[in-house]
Design a binder for this molecule. Sequence first.
Ligand code: FES
Length: 111
Amino acid sequence: MGGYIVRIRGLQGSEAHFVVRQGESLLAGAERGGVSPIPVGCCRGGCGLCRIRVVNGCFWRGHMSRRHVSAEQAGDGYALACQVIPESDMEIELAGVVAMNPLSQYCVNQE
Ligand code: FES
């Protein structure tokens, strides 16, 4: 089974790339990789959590809420990772909540 390598610009180490299987969404491939910095939400193009910008590569694009990616932004490469089906190796950058709040820190103590 074939697949494509997706590199995330600006990251190092295991977070910096993952493999997406043919026909699989970019977000599904990132999740399967287990170390993805791309947040997962509705997986239907509606919540905008998985927003990215494609720097290089070819892909099919499914339905995306215009609230999160305008037509103009789509022309600049912005997309929702759950609605991107890669058709080549790709380079992307984070463009959603993680990219907008890079210094956010979360601590959980459930004791
Ligand atoms: S996970 Fe909700 S738009 Fe992609």
